[in-house]
Write a protein of this length. Structure first.
Length: 139
């Protein structure tokens, strides 16, 4: 049985980012055609995926995209766009998969692993006493 795959892999430079405050962030990519003329493409990325790779979303950043083609009709015209399933700043991660988590820093300096902030939670008084008790014999 034959299957038609609707998967797209493309690379280019981010030229616009629009957050309409819904489930998807829309962004534009500038890439080159076979004859080296510029092509402008429109993409949608799920907000959860966007939050993980937020540091890639700066105008002028070169990215590699994996996704699938979607379309809808407005005023009797077909509008096509790509829904992103993966984004990376190097081709290998798109082609062969990731080897570890995506780690970045938020503007306030807190590390973010795959979109989750890694903040220290201060211990409670009870936890402090327990730690002091455990360390007593080594002091």
């Amino acid at each position: 049985m034959k299957y038609d795959l609707n998967e797209i892999i493309i690379s280019g430079t981010i030229n616009s980012i629009t957050d309409n405050k819904n489930d998807y962030i829309k962004f534009g990519l500038t890439t080159l055609k076979y004859d080296e003329r510029k092509v402008f493409a429109s993409f949608n990325i799920n907000r959860n995926l966007y939050e993980i790779y937020k540091d890639f979303f700066v105008k002028g950043t070169k990215v590699f995209i994996k996704g699938y083609l979607n379309s809808y009709i407005t005023n009797n015209k077909i509008q096509s766009f790509v829904t992103v399933t993966d984004i990376a700043n190097n081709q290998d991660e798109i082609m062969t998969g990731r080897k570890g988590p995506h780690i970045r820093l938020d503007p306030d300096g807190v590390e973010v692993w795959d979109g989750k902030r890694c903040e220290a939670i201060p211990p409670t008084e009870e936890e402090l006493k327990e730690m002091e008790e455990l360390l007593k014999e080594y002091q």
